[in-house]
Design a protein around this ligand. Structure first.
Ligand SMILES: [Zn+2]
Length: 66
């Protein structure tokens, strides 16, 4: 679950805090971004919903993203 970790841009320490660095109050960044962006996950989620509703024919266009 390393994407839950944040790294402080100020002191460089790692933390599980989501807001600010508990050590110095600096801003936090994700040191190792997940392989797929959240946007991609949403696309996959939308495609799944469409498929389940029968709006998407995966046999004709398996990789078509509307
Ligand atoms: Zn810090």
């Amino acid at each position: 679950m390393n994407w839950l970790m944040r790294k402080c841009t100020k002191c460089g320490r790692y933390t599980l805090s989501k807001d600010k660095c508990p050590h110095c109050g600096g801003e936090l960044v994700v040191p190792h971004p997940p392989r797929f962006s959240p946007e991609d996950k949403y696309v996959e989620h939308r495609l799944k919903i469409k498929f389940e509703k029968g709006l998407l024919n995966l046999d004709e266009k398996p990789y078509y993203i509307p």
